[in-house]
Design a protein around this ligand. Structure first.
Ligand SMILES: [Zn+2]
Length: 546
């Protein structure tokens, strides 16, 4: 049994960890490399393993640096299953085709250039169609349930509190008849973040594979960050400037909307227009609305009071490119939230080009800025940057609000580690850059007396039981599918989820205060719902596991 680090090794993007025994190959995450040009080039490399031999992908969450190469894996022959939580599946349903679209567009641009130099056209990394097709291999798994994937391999997804649906993946493997346990933290969130639940603590592990994005940083609390955000908005409106927020479409954006909704409700900020200018972020927000059963207590309470945090009077969604361009015609103060979060793609580049040179503007970065990205260069204090072919002076006020980040800081990571009770054999630090990793490594050594390992890309580690070395030379069988009874069980579980969603929805409907007109309409809807419930019951009877 062996674990090899193929991505997210001394870098934050491209997460991919291969776990292989003689009987199966499992990939934990299959992410895209992001950031500067050299990093993006890595996506074009052949997979360092045959894609058709991968039996399962265990996907921690939907972010592209964890999921973005699954369509490429599929295109090159992967026919196994992708196990993830339901919100992760729902988010991938919009994010992967969106990524396919970006690949097609970029490829077209490259090929136009190649044609002018007399070169033959290249294929895109993958297409929208590849992305849509690979989604058929996804199987949603319930949080907290141990799934025996094969007799030698069991997995459980626990709440990671990073974005909706994000999971810590616990993996039990059998080595020479003895169980070993690996815990992949995925991206770990902070405690007390809006919308998402707090990360769960895990108590047992032999090996821990821990993210270290902010291994060298200490975040402000959510309250302190909100206070700062409020002040920047008030200050910028006073000098009649715009507030530009490059934001990650999924997760960060919804949290910012949540915060702004609260500030608007409490009348703490001036009522200026807030534009959500990213089609992907708009779709992602809708996925959030459909997955409210995964929200934390505070967000659920808010919904029950009838306040949808993603809807307030001055919030506007700009879907078309024309609407987006119009935002730059007006000089009035407003808040523009747009993707990408590292400012190296998408509509945000236009907003930065039009506003970065103005002293009245405030730009607020709300997440990790990878080395080489435009966001990182602005944040590092470059005075002139090139955006869409133009040199632009950086005169705006630049803020970085790491407290809005979805990643735990050093204290958060250490606190999570401290909850393991069993003696831990090995800790691997992944998903971080040099400084984060080294700082965290030092602290792990000081407090836990463990020499953590920071693997390089391609480093491989044997999981041993006792003194016997496990050979991985021969590869006997392949599990391409979960056994039928497990599929039935998962399906049964989905039906039970559906049933409880139905009950909650019906309750909500019946508790509404409605006009007579609306009551009439409701009397048509309720029997339809009952019909649906009958269908769920019928299916449940068919696939009830023994
Ligand atoms: Zn992430």
């Amino acid at each position: 049994m062996r674990l090899t680090f193929w991505g997210g090794a001394r870098t934050v993007t491209g997460s991919a960890f291969l776990l292989e025994s003689e009987r199966y190959k499992v990939l934990v995450d299959c992410g895209m490399f992001q950031g500067g040009k050299a990093m993006r080039k890595m996506n074009e490399l052949d997979f360092p393993f045959p894609p058709q031999e991968i039996d399962y992908v265990l996907l921690t969450h939907a972010h592209i640096d964890h999921s973005g190469l699954i369509p490429k894996l599929y295109k090159q022959g992967f026919k196994g299953r992708v196990l993830c939580t339901k919100p992760t599946l729902n988010l991938c349903q919009i994010m992967l085709p969106d990524s396919g679209h970006i690949q097609e567009m970029e490829n077209e641009w490259v090929n136009r250039k190649r044609a002018r130099s007399g070169l033959s056209p290249l294929e895109p990394l993958y297409t929208v169609e590849d992305a849509q097709n690979c989604l058929k291999l996804f199987l949603p798994i319930e949080f907290g349930r141990v799934i025996e994937v094969t007799p030698e391999l069991s997995v459980r997804f626990s709440v990671a509190g990073h974005i909706l649906g994000s999971a810590i993946v616990e993996v039990w493997v059998k080595v020479n008849g003895v169980r070993k346990k690996l815990v992949f933290s995925g991206d770990l969130g902070n405690k007390n973040r809006p919308i998402v639940r707090d990360p769960q603590y895990i108590e047992e592990a032999d090996w821990i594979i821990l993210e270290s994005t902010y291994g060298n940083r200490f975040h402000e609390t959510t309250e302190e960050t909100y206070e700062e955000l409020k002040e920047v908005i008030i200050k910028t409106v006073k000098r009649k400037g715009k507030i530009i927020i490059p934001s990650f479409a999924v997760g960060r954006t919804q949290e910012i909307l949540y915060a702004l909704n609260e500030m608007v409700n409490k009348k703490e900020i001036p009522l200026i227009p807030v534009y959500l200018d990213s089609p992907l972020a708009i779709s992602a927000t809708k996925v959030f609305e459909r997955n409210q059963q995964f929200f934390d207590e505070e967000a659920t309470a808010l919904l029950l009071e009838g306040d949808n945090p993603f809807e307030f009077s001055n919030l506007f969604f700009t879907l078309t490119a024309e609407e987006s361009k119009k935002l730059n015609e007006s000089e009035d103060p407003c808040i523009i939230i747009s993707a990408s979060g590292m400012a190296d793609a998408g509509r945000i580049k236009h907003h930065l080009k039009h506003n970065l040179w103005k002293e009245t503007t405030s730009v607020i970065f709300v997440g990790y800025q990878a080395q080489g990205s435009l966001g990182r260069r602005i944040l590092d204090g470059e005075k002139r940057v090139r955006i869409l072919g133009e040199e632009v002076s950086v005169n705006a006020e630049i803020y970085s609000m790491e407290g809005l980040s979805a990643h735990a800081d050093q204290n958060g990571l250490m606190e999570w580690l401290a909850h393991f009770k069993s003696p831990v054999e090995k800790i691997f630090l992944v998903h971080g850059e040099e400084e984060g990793i080294e700082n965290l490594k030092r602290r792990v050594k000081e407090e836990l007396k463990i020499e953590a390992v920071a693997p390089e890309r391609g480093d491989s580690f044997e999981i041993l039981e006792g003194k016997q070395e496990i050979s991985v030379a021969s590869r006997k069988g392949q599990y391409v599918q979960l056994p039928d009874w497990q599929l039935a069980e998962i399906f049964f579980q989905s039906l039970s989820d559906l049933e409880s969603e139905y009950v909650a929805f019906r309750e909500k409907l019946l508790n509404l205060t409605l006009s007579r007109e609306d009551r009439k309409k409701l009397s048509v809807i309720i029997p339809k719902l009952e019909e649906l419930k009958e269908k769920i019951k019928q299916y449940q009877q068919v696939c009830q596991p023994d």
